[in-house]
Design a protein around this ligand. Structure first.
Ligand code: BES
Ligand code: MG
Ligand code: ZN
Length: 463
């Protein structure tokens, strides 16, 4: 799909945005995302309602632009001229239109025998954006779609080694250096938790570090870390039917990291970011790690395994500690489909935010409000950390609380043991990474790519 800026409409399908007070089309209120189409002199005009012009926000624009392009797709159009005028002319809103169009046109059709028709050419008419702006917006929105593809594809394809290959593609760039720990090196370096989780799989674990130096003159650097469980069977604490089926999505945090790194590299962003992916397949098998056993983590702290299904915190513990020790970032932010509990608390609309630093938490929260990838912060009081202390080891990977009590917070409390004093935020995306329901405008069914736009905003808006 190519998108260009054009002075006048060349295609026979037009997408126009109208607000309730400017529209004159019968039986159409121009409510937010309401669509009608009309044939006029050899052209099809798709009218897309924006709702009240005074109440427009970028999140709404993204939503209704996505609805508009989905109508064009329904009508099997392959070329569409998009008219951006009136309130939508500003760079902020026309950027959101383009994002909504690219995100809304996404369809995961890899496993369909008949490939549905796709949009081939798009042009934007009337926006104040220049081609450099367009390139940047495209890069971010395409990165979101890339993360979605990674999440949606079969677990047999998206293995830890596959994720390593994706990272290697970025190393062609001069500003990128890679560090990859193989299974042997994971063991040799004492990342025993990551090793344990991955040990029963025929596809061995990896620690993947993409160090991007976009601003070599600066010493400041942010690290972003992703949970990359390529399939979470639960291990010996096997997940039951009804819970196991979507578990190829358990690498959504890793997908977010790879997509953000790809976007930073592609747009030559002047910032230093270390992207870390802890990748393993949590398999069941005769070689699987045992519930009840104690392992020594990379940090030196010992961990009693009380559930092999609480594996995300194990691989992240080693990845966080390794990253802090070897790369000394100023701040570290992790993305993980960590707990089902976050779905009970916030549903699939908002991700959980946990942090040991007010400023970091506030900035991330603001980026969430602006991008529409919203976050809500939870407390990390001492009692939650105490609940992760073990009698036989330093820590336990399951809390002492009653089953299901505060599982998202205690999961985060466990992670907080592995970051020393580094400013840290943990974002639990177990709810937002995957949409089990129907498409909601710019949020498709299945993998959503949540976190990519949030992180790009957080990282680039502050420099
Ligand atoms: N990968 C799951 C969390 C998850 C649940 C992701 C639903 C996406 C959708 C994680 O590894 C897990 O199994 N968590 C357990 C933790 C519990 C054993 C403390 C959970 O949430 O039940
Ligand atoms: Mg699990
Ligand atoms: Zn998991």
């Amino acid at each position: 799909m190519d998108i260009n800026i054009s002075k006048k409409a060349r295609f026979s399908t037009l997408l126009k945005f109208v607000s309730p007070n400017e529209q004159t089309i019968p039986d159409f209120n121009a409510d937010e995302g309401e669509i009608v189409y009309r044939y006029e002199n050899h052209t099809t005009i798709i009218y897309c309602g924006t709702g009240s012009a005074d109440a427009i926000t970028t999140t709404k624009v993204r939503f209704f632009a996505a609805k508009g392009i989905q109508k064009a797709l329904d009508l099997k159009r392959t070329e569409v001229s998009i008219i951006v005028d009136g309130t939508l002319c500003s760079s902020q809103y026309s950027s959101a239109v383009i994002e909504g169009i690219i995100l809304g046109a996404y369809k995961f059709d890899k496993y369909k025998s008949e490939t549905p028709r796709r949009i081939k050419h798009l042009e934007i008419i009337g926006s104040t954006l220049n081609s450099a702006d367009l390139k940047k917006i495209k890069s971010i929105a395409c990165a979101v779609n890339y993360a979605r593809d990674l999440v949606n594809s079969n677990a047999h394809e998206i293995t830890p080694v596959f994720l390593e290959k994706e990272a290697r593609k970025l190393s062609e760039n001069k500003s990128v250096s890679l560090e990859i720990l193989t299974e042997k090196e994971i063991k040799k370096n004492g990342l025993n938790l990551l090793h344990a989780v991955g040990q029963a799989s025929p596809t061995p674990p990896r620690l993947i570090i993409i160090d991007y130096k976009g601003d070599p003159r600066s010493n400041k650097k942010v690290a972003i870390v992703g949970k990359g469980i390529t399939f979470d069977s639960g291990g010996q604490n096997l997940k039951p039917t009804g819970h196991i089926e979507p578990m190829r999505i358990d690498m959504a945090g890793a997908a977010t990291i790879l997509a953000v790194m790809r976007c930073l590299v592609e747009s030559k962003t002047r910032i230093n970011v270390t992207g870390v992916v802890a990748a393993a397949h949590n398999a069941i098998g005769s070689n699987a790690f045992f519930p009840g056993d104690v392992y020594k983590s990379y940090s030196g702290k010992t961990v009693e395994i009380l559930s092999t299904d609480a594996e995300g915190r194990l691989i992240l513990a080693d990845a966080l500690a390794y990253c802090v020790k070897k790369y000394s970032p100023d701040e570290i932010i992790d993305f993980a489909t960590l707990t089902g509990g976050i779905l009970s608390a916030l549903g699939d609309l908002i991700a959980g935010l946990f942090s040991n630093n007010e400023t970091l938490a506030q900035s991330l929260f603001s980026s969430g409000e602006i991008t529409g990838e919203r976050l809500w912060r939870f407390p990390l009081y001492k009692e939650y950390c105490d609940a992760m202390k073990s009698d036989i080891a330093d820590l336990r990977n399951l809390s002492k609380f009653k089953k299901g009590y505060a599982s998202s917070i205690t999961g985060a409390a466990f992670l907080s043991e592995f970051i020393d004093n580094t400013h840290w935020a943990h974002i639990d995306i177990a709810g937002t990474a995957y949409n089990e329901g129907q498409c909601r405008g710019d949020t498709p069914q299945y993998g959503t790519g949540f976190g990519v736009r949030l992180m790009m905003h957080y990282l680039t808006d502050r420099i």
